[in-house]
Design a protein around this ligand. Structure first.
Ligand SMILES: Nc1ncnc2c1ncn2[C@@H]1O[C@H](COP(=O)(O)OP(=O)(O)OP(=O)(O)O)[C@@H](O)[C@H]1O
Ligand SMILES: [Mg+2]
Length: 445
């Protein structure tokens, strides 16, 4: 059992809201009768974050993300429920919190460092590092109110992380820093992770959540709709925010139900990481098809003139359907395409990705390189891509796509994200690691 860094039990937060600003004043003058409306920003939220986990939090504006982080950082008290936190927290909350605008940057470093539990001596020792990381030059001696939002976050992040926290909370803030600074921040977040720190991270940047986090949750209307792998949660979140208004309620219901299914995929990833670690010790087994290994969330883009059918991988020799592959062997990835209307200049595509969505490589089979004729309505073709499985043990996903000219416009006729999933095992003893198998052969002389 891993240790728990943060445990929330049945957390709710109710804010008082007033229909008109004048009501707030009236309430102060006549406290007897309540003019306030109750607004529940969080409702009955249960959450456990194991030590060492990086948790991503996504959700629309106003869904309760910042409220949740503030409750964990203890800058807000929940209306009901229990919060337990193990370890020292450092929080980078929404812009503006924690710094005194009239003080200089230098004064704020001391002021904030002490809030984070550092002694004056500690801060003096760390000051040069903090200043170097923030890299805002002479502005350090200016009042913080003269800072740009980027300068502000540079200093706030430098202080927050210098305290070597057990738990780091980052709310959105990094998005105002420039790219070079963001990269520096992520490197520092990685340091904290490597030291076994726990990280809570709110961001609207899907790619960042997928790259950085071990797990993600989706908040909506103060409720936790979904939790699971970052890739899955982010893809559902995007589907959710782009859904037409009349679909939102039913989608919300679907997401609640999808939550259960997710556990399976989460286990899959943990398993895949384990395979990575133990890959070389695996016993030799032939390739085979495991019906329970499914791409949980195949997303088919709305068809604009074609349909992708039966994507799958087969062995070259016997044509047997497989989803457990052996590294360094050759396979065929194929799918059928049924055209629903005439299409010209057709291209067929494939792409292999990691579990986190990183695109490893693919191909586009097109008119310019190959002689593909135009297609008629109701025509069905089978597209095959032979490939060399130069991957280390792990789980991988495949996309499929067909594009072409329809009515003079170049469009995706059909596209299937996560059309297939496969797992790779190694056959030969290999000293390689990472994702791609470069067939590395070390030697000594
Ligand atoms: N002090 C407050 N008084 C009244 N309502 C509040 C208060 N703070 C937050 N709220 C409300 O609670 C809800 C959740 O707010 P919160 O700031 O947690 O959302 P968020 O998910 O962080 O949104 P964003 O993506 O815009 O940062 C919102 O509807 C907000 O209006
Ligand atoms: Mg917020």
């Amino acid at each position: 059992m891993s240790e728990i860094a943060i445990s929330l039990k049945k957390i709710s937060k109710c804010f008082q809201r007033y229909a008109r600003p004048a009501d707030r004043l009236k309430q102060l003058l006549f406290p007897g009768k309540s003019l306030a409306q109750k607004f529940w920003a969080l409702r009955d939220l249960d959450l456990e974050v194991p030590k060492g986990q990086t948790l991503g939090i996504v959700g629309r504006n106003g869904s309760g993300k910042s409220t949740l982080l503030q409750i964990i950082a203890a800058t807000l008290t929940p209306t009901t429920g229990a919060v337990e936190v193990q370890g020292r927290i450092s929080a980078l909350l929404e812009l503006g919190s924690g710094f005194n605008p009239e003080f200089t940057g230098r004064q704020n470093v001391f002021f904030n460092g002490q809030l984070l539990g550092l002694s004056r001596r500690d801060i003096e020792d760390k000051f040069d590092d903090i200043a170097a990381f923030a890299d805002i030059g002479d502005f350090l001696e200016q009042p913080v109110k003269t800072y740009s939002s980027g300068m502000f976050v540079r200093l706030a992040f430098a202080v927050a992380t210098s305290a070597e926290p057990d738990i780091l909370i980052v709310d959105e803030a990094l998005s105002v820093g420039d790219e070079a600074f963001q990269r520096k921040c992520f490197a520092r977040i990685q340091d904290i992770r490597d030291r076994g720190g726990t990280i809570l991270f709110v961001s609207h940047a899907a790619a960042t959540i997928v790259e950085l986090c071990d797990r993600a949750i989706l908040l909506d209307g103060g409720e936790m709709l979904l939790q699971g792998t970052p890739k899955f949660v982010v893809s559902k979140y995007q589907e959710f925010i782009y859904a037409p208004g009349d679909r939102v309620a039913s989608l919300r219901q679907e997401l609640r139900q999808a939550n259960d299914k997710l556990l399976a995929e989460t286990n899959l990833i943990i398993e895949s990481k384990n395979i990575h670690l133990n890959g070389n010790l695996e016993e030799e087994t032939p390739e085979f098809y495991d019906p329970s290994l499914n791409p949980e969330n195949t997303i088919s883009y709305i068809s604009r003139g074609a349909k992708i059918i039966n994507p799958g991988i087969t062995t070259i020799a016997t044509g047997q359907l497989v989803n457990h592959l052996i590294g360094r062997r050759e396979y065929l990835y194929s799918y059928e395409v049924r055209f629903l209307r005439p299409a010209q200049n057709v291209r067929f595509g494939m792409l292999i990705k990691t579990v986190s969505g990183l695109e490893l490589g693919g191909a586009s089979y097109s008119l310019f390189f190959h002689e593909i004729v135009d297609f008629e309505a109701e025509q069905v073709v089978k597209v095959k891509f032979k490939f060399h499985c130069m991957l280390h043990p792990g789980v991988y996903f495949l996309n499929a796509g067909v594009s072409g000219m329809v009515d003079g416009e170049f469009v995706y006729l059909a596209r299937c994200i996560d059309a297939a999933i496969f797992r790779v095992k190694s056959q030969e003893k290999s000293c390689g690691n990472g994702t791609i198998d470069f067939k590395i052969e070390p030697s000594l002389s």
